[in-house]
Design a protein around this ligand. Structure first.
Ligand SMILES: Cc1ncc(C[n+]2csc(CCOP(=O)(O)OP(=O)(O)O)c2C)c(N)n1
Ligand code: SF4
Length: 320
């Protein structure tokens, strides 16, 4: 386009979005709920990456965390419990040009939605997945989830849960075509932002487990980690995250971890204490399903319609 530089600059200025361009409504989450911090980090990311609201979609299932799309002034789909992944995959398949995010709770993803989760990893579609892992069912008022720690007293486990918690990181790392796995906590905003940004920039199924506080039902759950920074292990690498000097002053427990090293990623992922935060695995070479089955090679709407008409004509009984 042959446009004078001044006009181009004006146009650039006009399309640069502010935080307010992504903010919708007043979140109904409890005060101190980690979902608020996740929302703030995501809105900042959208602003910094200048994501066009009309080309951005947030898809969720059901749960407190799944209310996320309501608070984004973008497109959104508040789906049904456990079905965020197939819904998001449908959107991405039809419109690979859109930025698609998935917000899912530990009940939504790891319990009722577990089968969809496993297959979504294998399909490796370009989705940014945020697992809001508060270790409990929040919306339905405190039932044990697959990530609840053993012994947790809840409405479904009044004498304490009997099973060891599932680790969503090691599960994801164990599935064919896994391409990006990270972990972060809601109470370190700088890292929360950096990890979500790295996930967004990765082309493929980027899975971020966010350890999220639920002050309403598990008010003391993460207190030991908040009190003692040495119980958080920061992962840094030139191909992963670079940790700022400010953060390093508080969080001294750090290791170098190459995100291409799957064996080491699995080892690190299995640690519950200290909590490892950063990028565990990143392999950009895994192909995305939407590229393998590119929309161009799929049938057009007219072709599908003609095919259906032909099939239906075979069984249609025409009036005499
Ligand atoms: C098919 C179906 N089963 C059960 C429910 C009830 N239900 C709604 S949300 C939820 C669990 C929410 O927990 P989680 O996914 O961890 O999200 P959180 O509320 O903690 O963010 C359940 C069991 C439902 N809505 N639909
Ligand atoms: S119940 Fe828990 S998860 Fe739900 S909004 Fe309140 S603090 Fe957040």
């Amino acid at each position: 386009m042959n446009m004078p530089v001044t006009q181009r600059l004006i146009k650039l200025h006009e399309t640069q979005h502010n935080l307010e361009d992504y903010q919708a409504g007043v979140p109904r989450w409890c005060t101190g709920c980690g979902d608020n911090a996740i929302l703030a980090a995501v809105q900042r990311l959208c602003r910094d990456e200048d994501l066009a609201p009309e080309r951005t979609v947030f898809v969720s299932g059901i749960g407190c965390s799944s209310r996320f799309p309501h608070y984004m002034k973008t497109y959104g789909f508040h789906g049904i419990h456990g079905r965020a992944f197939p819904l998001a995959e449908g959107v991405k398949m039809a419109r690979p040009d859109l930025s698609v995010f998935v917000n899912t709770g530990d009940g939504d993803c790891c319990s009722i939605g577990a089968a969809h989760w496993i297959h979504a990893i294998r399909y490796n579609m370009n989705l940014t997945v945020l697992l809001h892992d508060n270790h409990v069912y929040g919306l339905t008022k405190k039932q044990a989830s697959p990530t609840s720690p053993i012994g947790l007293k809840s409405n479904t486990t009044p004498r304490g849960s009997t099973l060891e918690a599932m680790n969503p990181l090691t599960v994801t790392l164990g599935v064919t075509n896994c391409s990006f796995v990270a972990q972060v906590v809601d109470w370190i905003p700088e890292l929360l932002y950096d990890v979500i940004r790295a996930a967004y920039l990765h082309r493929g199924f980027s899975f971020v487990r966010i350890i999220q506080r639920c002050p309403e039902f598990l008010p003391k759950m993460f207190e030991p980690w908040l009190q003692d920074p040495n119980r958080t292990l920061l992962l840094s690498h030139r191909n992963g995250l670079q940790i700022s000097p400010e953060l390093s002053r508080t969080y001294k427990n750090q290791i170098e971890h190459d995100p291409m090293n799957m064996d080491r990623a699995r080892e690190i992922a299995s640690s519950e204490d200290p909590i490892p935060v950063g990028i565990l695995y990143n392999n950009p070479a895994i192909p995305c399903y939407e590229d393998l089955r590119s929309v161009a090679s799929m049938r057009t709407f007219e072709q599908i319609r003609a095919g259906l008409e032909t099939e239906l004509d075979k069984v249609t009984v025409w009036p005499e």
